[in-house]
Design a protein around this ligand. Structure first.
Ligand code: UD1
Ligand code: CA
Length: 455
């Protein structure tokens, strides 16, 4: 028999630690993984529980958190930082009047799954009505983690590594730091926690020991995936976390029907969307905001960001798509082509060495090698519009604002600064001089001169 969990929990995210080991001016929890600040990953998972309130406990650098989170979370200030228990106490005012479940998370432990959070809340409402639910894990190396002394899922003691006896240190069940507690219990228990310990801190873990002293049950939920509770304290751990995230995402992409020629060389963003039968070559980087439809091909060494790629389109090798790049069905962008804020219509091609920015390219148009849309005069940006089936000769400069009509031809090497009508040929280059035999006469004369000098 389990009681139904109170409808919506409150989430308290601890983020007041100094993050000293990051050696950074950027707040630790704002460091990105897969292009998204770590705290945003965490809040996204928590959002699956539809939290009634969200409180972030912050100290140093809290302005950065305020700016990043806006009104999505209340910021509670902890100054000075006297321990995890003291940190949670700072959220009390923001939770005034809330009497549901409180889920305590760490801002630097960003990848706890929503299912795990749910399991903790469910356990809190089990028949034995635990006062506190602790999320624990069994790492290969228990290191400095706090230990959870438990039997049959019930905790008899929580002890920090620095305070632990050799026997307690031998225990491999470690505290992730995450807890679920009913609001009414949480602040009453915290009020009774002291700081008489090895670090002189108010330990959140001591609420378990206080509750045990009252004869109440405290329960442990053990995750089978130690990676989900991995904390990030240094740049090296940040990179490791990124690596694990990427490995999972690559696996997901393949499970969803994409071919990755060399998965370990493809880098995704948190929001990358790939369709079925998409092929991704070696060393491709997806920045934020990329959506790739079914059957598109991305050849090796491409960098994409803010791009929308329709079915059957082909990109690269060595192409760069920047924000606002839109490729319609079967459009092609080849090597050393950069596209920014530009749409290439169905089947349009820019196969070599081009810059296409602030532009609309009609269906079936062909952009010759080396074509540049000159979109910027040092002050403002201007648009280039190219009609359907237009042919732009190689090494042309299209000086925006300019419009090239449908079926028009721009001759190679043209610098076009005035609109070209539908079906027109535009040729903007000097008349050619033709001098038959001139080179032969030149060589003869010069060779003769040189021979005379030597002699
Ligand atoms: C804490 C736990 C330990 C657990 C470990 C898991 C306690 C007493 N110890 O230890 O049992 O194994 O996490 O990583 O809870 N924070 C504040 N304010 C403070 C102190 C910390 O907001 O005054 C925040 C930090 O920003 C961080 C989290 O709390 O997000 C944990 O702090 P940290 O110093 O890493 O805790 P540990 O001592 O490692
Ligand atoms: Ca830590």
């Amino acid at each position: 028999m389990t009681e139904t969990p109170a409808s919506s929990p409150a989430v308290v995210v601890l983020a007041a630690g100094k993050g000293t080991r990051m050696k950074s001016d950027l707040h630790k929890v704002l460091h990105p993984i897969a292009g998204r600040p770590m705290i945003e990953h965490l809040l996204a998972s928590a959002a699956e529980l539809a939290p009634a309130r969200q409180v972030v406990v912050a100290g140093h650098g809290r302005e950065q958190l305020e700016a990043a989170l806006g009104d999505r979370a209340a910021i509670a200030v902890q100054e000075p930082q006297l321990g995890t228990g003291h940190a949670v106490q700072q959220a009390e005012a923001a939770l005034a009047g809330f009497d549901g479940d409180v889920l305590i998370l760490y801002g630097d432990v960003p990848f706890v799954r929503a299912a795990t959070m749910r399991a903790m809340l469910d356990r809190l409402h089990a028949a034995d009505a635990p006062a506190v639910v602790v999320l624990a894990f069994e790492p290969d190396d228990a290191l400095q983690y706090g230990r959870v002394i438990a039997a049959n899922g019930r905790i008899s003691k929580m002890v920090e590594h620095k305070d632990a006896s050799p026997d307690e240190r031998a225990c491999r069940l470690c505290n992730s730091g995450l807890m679920a507690v009913k609001a009414a219990d949480l602040f009453a228990l915290l009020a009774r926690v002291g700081n008489d310990n090895a670090q002189g801190e108010y330990y959140l873990t001591d609420i378990v020991n206080v509750a045990n002293g009252d004869g109440r049950v405290c329960a442990v939920v053990v995750t089978d995936d130690p990676d989900e509770v991995a904390g990030i304290n240094s740049r090296a751990e940040l990179a490791e976390s990124e690596g694990r995230w990427q490995a999972k995402r690559r696996r997901q992409a393949m499970d969803d029907g994409a071919t990755l020629a060399a998965p370990e060389t493809v880098w995704f963003s948190w929001d990358t969307e790939l369709g079925r039968d998409v092929t991704v070559g070696q060393n491709v980087v997806f920045g934020p905001g990329v959506n790739v439809a079914d059957k598109a091909t991305i050849h090796a060494f491409c960098h994409l960001e803010g791009a929308t790629i329709a079915s059957g389109a082909e990109i690269g090798p060595y192409a760069r798509l920047r924000p606002g790049a839109v490729l319609m069905e079967k459009a092609k962008v080849g090597n050393f082509v950069e596209v920014k804020k530009a749409t290439l219509g169905k089947g349009a091609k820019a196969n070599h060495l081009s810059y296409i920015g602030d532009a609309e390219v009609g269906a079936g148009a062909n952009i010759g090698a080396g074509t540049i849309t000159c979109n910027y005069d040092g002050y403002f940006k201007y648009k280039t519009v190219i009609g359907e089936r237009a042919f732009i000769g190689s090494n042309s400069s299209l000086i925006a604002p300019v419009r090239i009509g449908a079926d028009a031809i721009v001759a190679a090497g043209s610098a076009v600064s005035r609109d070209v009508s539908d079906g027109e040929l535009r040729l903007v280059r000097a008349e050619q001089l033709v001098k038959p035999g001139w080179a032969d006469r030149f060589h003869d004369a010069m060779k003769k001169k040189k021979a005379e000098k030597k002699g």
